[in-house]
Structure formats: C-alpha cells, structure tokens
Design a protein around this ligand. Structure first.
Ligand SMILES: NC(=O)c1ccc[n+]([C@@H]2O[C@H](COP(=O)([O-])OP(=O)(O)OC[C@H]3O[C@@H](n4cnc5c(N)ncnc54)[C@H](OP(=O)(O)O)[C@@H]3O)[C@@H](O)[C@H]2O)c1
Length: 229
C-alpha cells in the first residue's frame, strides 16, 4: 500500500516528534495530535504539519484527525486513571479509514499470545510500577494492556510495535524484531528511540507486519549482531 497522509497521535512526546520527522523525511502529509499544553514542543514543525490540539482519547477530535489518512501512528501511553490508552485506541479503531494502516506503540510487557518469556526482574518491575502507578493515580498500566487487547481483537490492518528499554542517540538503523520476548535476539533489551520511531514509520508500508506484534531491538546491539542471520 502506498502511503500519502499519516496522523501521529501523541505527536509532541519524544517518540512522536521522531515519528513526525521521519514522516516528513518521507514526504508524507502529516497531521499531529497532542495535548493543548504541548503544542509549543512542535514549534519546529510549524507550517509543515497540520496540528490538532487536544486529548488523544477525545473521540470527535480523533475522528477529525484521522479522516483521509492512509496511516495512523498512535503512541499508547497509560497516563492517568481514566482509560486514556484504551480510549485512544478505541477511537482510532472506530474512526480510521477502512483499510488504513494502524501502528501502535507499547512496551515488551504487552503479550499478544501469552508466549513471551519474561525474566523475574522484568515481571517484578512491571508489577511494582503498575501497583505504584495505580496507587498514586498517575499510571494505569492495565489500561495499556486493555488497549492492546482491543487492537488484537480488531480486524483492521494493525501492527503493535513492542519497544524494549529505550535510549537517546543517533540512529543506528532499522531495529530487528522477533515474535516473542525471551527470544535470544532480544537479549540486549535496548533500542534508540529514534529507531523505534523509524520502525513504526516503516511498518506503514510493510504488509508482512499486518496483525503482528513485533518486539523490537536496536540492530547494533550485541544480541542483534549475534543472532541477526
Ligand atoms: N520509556 C520507555 O522506556 C519505553 C520502553 C518501551 C516502550 N515504550 C513505549 O514507547 C512509547 C513512548 O513512550 P516514551 O516513554 O518514550 O514517552 P514519550 O515518547 O515522551 O511519550 C509520552 C507521551 O505521553 C504523553 N503524556 C505525558 N503525560 C501525560 C498525561 N498526564 N496525560 C496524557 N498524556 C500524557 C505525552 O504528551 P505531552 O507531549 O503532551 O506531554 C507524550 O505524547 C509508549 O507507547 C511506551 O509504552 C517506552
């Protein structure tokens, strides 16, 4: 499928800004959605993208933003305790054009088929972060799980990109991926955020990733270099 116009939902965050830049580099028309208070973070893109300020789980706003887009890139974040992630995902699933490529971001803690193998440390960290977030009413990790459950159940052309731990830095190239966390190629657990964004963008035109949930890792990490072939 040839992509011409994309919507980046959560455009002002770190991942979102990288995706906007990659999309412009590919000459896509870009619509960005971000919270009103964060519009200033996109100042450097002024005049080059159409910006729609507002909450990403505002259904009418999302309906307007995704209209006519061949691709929708959604940063799924579990902030707050008001079903922000699942509300965002549902709005995208309900209103994106039929046939549009839908790419969602999340972390390794999301499992599509229950076949991922997690270290004890990882499982403990997710549990503690989830419990603490809910206790302090700032993060609702379970809602990101629910958002992805709805995506996985959908018949749309979705891809859920599961990011490893992230770092900043120059691009190292397109990350490699595997079906399941625990696969040896993913052992290094590190990806540059700019390359996470690149994977999201490239997924738009990769039909091999439709209805898959690739777990990604930087292509220059030791485990990727060892197991790439
Ligand atoms: N951080 C990691 O180590 C990591 C690891 C693996 C996967 N991921 C995944 O990568 C994606 C990007 O995450 P990131 O950590 O790198 O952050 P990020 O790109 O900076 O994105 C954070 C997003 O959350 C929004 N946000 C922040 N506070 C909010 C609030 N209170 N209410 C609503 N929205 C709020 C930000 O919008 P504003 O610009 O308006 O603040 C921004 O769009 C996510 O899908 C995450 O699950 C992250």
């Amino acid at each position: 499928m040839s992509i011409k116009k994309v919507c980046v939902i959560g455009a002002s965050g770190k991942l979102g800004q990288y995706m906007v830049q990659h999309a412009l580099d590919l000459d896509y028309d870009v619509v960005g959605v971000c919270r009103e208070r964060s519009v200033g973070k996109l100042e450097r893109f002024k005049g080059r993208i159409t910006l729609i300020p507002g909450a990403t789980n505002d259904r009418e706003l999302i309906k307007n933003a995704v209209a006519g887009c061949d691709g929708v890139l959604t940063v799924l974040v579990p902030w707050g305790v008001n079903q922000y992630s699942s509300g965002t995902a549902q709005a995208v699933l309900d209103y994106a054009d039929p046939g549009a490529r839908l790419i969602f971001s999340c972390g390794w803690h999301i499992s599509m088929d229950g076949q991922d193998v997690y270290s004890r440390t990882f499982t403990t960290l997710v549990k503690v972060f989830g419990w603490l977030g809910r206790f302090l009413r700032v993060v609702e990790l379970d809602d990101q799980v629910e958002a992805c459950r709805r995506v996985f159940a959908s018949s749309a052309k979705w891809t859920v990109v599961r990011g490893s731990s992230l770092e900043e830095g120059e691009s190292q190239g397109l990350p490699v991926w595997s079906e399941h966390v625990g696969d040896p190629i993913l052992k290094s657990d590190l990806t540059r955020r700019v390359d996470f964004a690149l994977f999201m963008i490239k997924a738009l035109e990769n039909d091999g990733l439709i209805q898959k949930a690739p777990a990604i890792i930087g292509c220059q990490t030791p485990s990727a270099l060892t197991h790439k072939s």
